[in-house]
Write a protein that binds this ligand. Structure first.
Ligand code: PEP
Ligand code: MN
Length: 341
């Protein structure tokens, strides 16, 4: 169950609810927000209805809502509407469709700026680019690290675009949060629980990518880690999962989009680049994602994919991206009319 305390409820009232929960055989998980405190009551002891009634009668309690899902705060049951997350001057999860675009890796000042200017002109809202790269082989390019973060911050200054970049380790979180507007948790770190808790302590929106072999339940429980650590601004990125198929880099689980929209109030975006690994498949998978009800897309774009330090074969050239944005317009118009925009 989720217990919402009244705005301005006192510490004694909050502590009293936590104590009552414990007495009734439940674990309490308070999250202190700016406006109000909400308390997760986790357990299954006793007569649930009687427990809820008893808690609802405690001083300072505004409402008690039962949550049947294992992921409590991110579940739709806890919040019927959608969460809208402010990303720079844009809002993800509402009436605006958000496109993240940019290179797989930040490589040089010219490469980032040229890409940023081109993707912005074509209509993308957020610049992506990796400064810390989780590579399968230790011999592959590992990223420019802080130098790369500086190049991204410089691109933000020049274009006004908010930037999104991956953070791979707890010790880098403060530094990455200093330069980047959005923190990305990569697929390989989806269950790095210490990292999830650490980004949950920041005030930056977090993009959580689905793990290579993770179920939707595991994905949502990972999001729950971030939210219960204090950061409500989490959005999910479906980026393909491992299956027996090898023609594509991964298998884009397009049904994950409506499933997630059914289960959670968090925004959902799709990354067709890592899902397919092939440039030629990006446009159709973008269209499918929009039709499936995604809130946004993340697409890798590079001025010269043949020379890219990573993921060249799946990166769109700058003119390809501009054409893609034009081709998506009718789909985006339909999407907007469905969202009432
Ligand atoms: C990325 O987006 O840069 C990336 C490494 O993706 P993933 O974590 O989904 O493999
Ligand atoms: Mn990549």
């Amino acid at each position: 169950m989720i217990i919402s305390m009244k705005p301005g409820a006192s510490k004694q009232e909050i502590d009293h609810v936590c104590e009552r929960l414990q007495e009734l055989g439940y674990k309490s998980h308070p999250i202190v927000g700016t406006e109000r405190t909400v308390i997760g009551g986790i357990g299954s002891g006793g007569n649930k209805e009687a427990v809820m009634e008893s808690i609802a009668a405690a001083p300072g309690v505004e409402s008690v809502v039962p949550i049947s899902q294992p992921f409590k705060f991110v579940s739709k049951e806890s919040k019927p509407g959608k969460t809208e997350i402010k990303l720079g001057k844009h809002g993800l999860g509402g009436k605006e469709f958000i496109i993240f675009a940019g290179p797989c890796s930040v490589e040089s000042e010219e490469q980032v700026i040229e890409t940023a200017i081109a993707v912005k002109k074509a209509g993308a809202q957020i610049l992506r680019g990796g400064a810390f790269k989780p590579r399968t082989s230790p011999y592959d390019f590992q990223g420019l690290e802080e130098v790369g973060l500086k190049l991204l911050a410089n691109a933000r200054e020049k274009t006004g675009m908010a930037v999104c970049t991956e953070v791979m380790s707890t010790e880098d979180v403060s530094m990455v949060a200093e330069y980047s507007d959005i923190l990305q948790i990569g697929a390989r770190n989806m269950q790095n629980f210490n990292l999830l808790k650490r980004v949950g302590k920041t005030n930056r929106p977090v993009m959580l990518k689905r793990g290579l072999s993770s179920t939707i339940k595991e994905f949502l429980l990972s999001a729950e880690y971030i939210v219960t650590s204090g950061n409500p601004d989490v959005f999910l990125c479906e980026r393909g999962i491992r299956t027996f198929e090898t023609y594509t880099r991964n298998t884009l689980d397009i049904s994950a989009v409506p499933v997630l929209q059914e289960l959670t109030h968090l925004p959902v975006i799709v990354d067709p680049s890592h899902a397919t690994g092939k440039r030629s498949l990006i446009p159709s998978m973008c269209k499918a994602s929009i039709a499936a009800g995604a809130d946004g897309l993340m697409v890798e774009v590079h001025p010269n994919p043949e020379k890219a330090f990573s993921d060249g074969p799946q990166s769109l050239r700058l003119p390809d991206f501009a054409k893609l944005m034009q081709d998506l317009q009718p789909y985006l118009n339909l999407w907007k009319s469905e969202r009432g925009g």
